[in-house]
Ligand binder design. Structure first.
Ligand SMILES: N[C@@H](CCC(=O)N[C@@H](CS)C(=O)NCC(=O)O)C(=O)O
Length: 225
């Protein structure tokens, strides 16, 4: 098989790449990386020394492709499926890329900050940084909520790269800093994302690992509607 995906089923940036692979029904060999296991971690660092997942290895083209957004752009170009992840019209293209960045930097990253603080050795937690991350998540929710008005997907009627980024970001963020009563569009959008077959499959495959999520409140697949 030409494509290999190095990933972990619980990892949110890996979900983003998996959604794209499942949307396009693209065949690939899954390689689970366990960074806590020395052998797995050492083998992964040979593939990608930065040791951040996901990483796509394309044996046929001889390329190692890292960074979830770049993986999706690469699949769009060389392994196009039914869903074009980057719309061709200029306005939709930059909006898609902008929302992809917003979800990575202002939803995924603060969510990761809150979650990974739990994994720090005792005495080295960062309560100030965690509080700032929670505040940043609330600011991101306030910005995204009106942007979703009358939209099915993040930039309109078509599912794009921005939705691949949004799905795991909002799923885990809502677990650590739940949406509030002022949010109407956000929970409905998350429900639509979770009902999308590609993300529903990712979540089904992640479910056996949810007990490893290092917060008291574990992720849940059950939707509200
Ligand atoms: N900017 C990267 C972020 C990747 C990332 O942070 N991946 C996490 C898993 S969700 C990871 O590999 N964490 C391992 C670590 O930081 O040691 C991307 O978009 O792929």
């Amino acid at each position: 098989m030409s494509l290999k995906l190095y990933f972990h089923p619980l990892a949110s940036f890996c979900h983003k790449a998996l959604i794209a692979l499942y949307e396009g029904r693209i065949a690939f060999e899954p390689v689970i990386v366990d960074l806590a296991d020395e052998r797995s971690s050492t083998a992964f660092k040979v593939v990608w020394p930065m040791a951040k997942m996901p990483v796509l290895r394309d044996e046929a083209r001889g390329h190692t492709v890292a960074e979830s957004t770049i993986i999706i752009e690469y699949l769009d170009t060389y392994y196009p499926g039914g869903t074009p992840f980057l719309p061709l019209t200029e306005d939709r293209a930059w909006q898609t890329r902008l929302w992809d960045r917003v979800y990575d930097h202002y939803v995924q990253e603060p969510m990761q900050k809150i979650v990974t603080d739990r994994l720090r050795p005792s005495g080295s937690s960062d309560p100030f940084g965690v509080e700032r991350a929670a505040a940043q998540l609330r600011e991101a929710y306030a910005m995204i909520e009106p942007a979703l008005e009358s939209r099915t997907w993040m930039v309109g009627d078509d599912f794009t790269l921005a939705d691949c980024a949004a799905a795991p970001a909002l799923f885990y963020a809502n677990t650590v800093v739940p949406f509030g009563p002022a949010h109407r569009n956000l929970p409905a959008y998350l429900d639509r994302l979770m009902a999308r077959p590609s993300f529903a499959r990712v979540l089904d495959e992640a479910q056996p690992y949810f007990s490893l999520f290092p917060m008291e409140k574990k992720p849940q697949i059950a939707r509200r509607s």
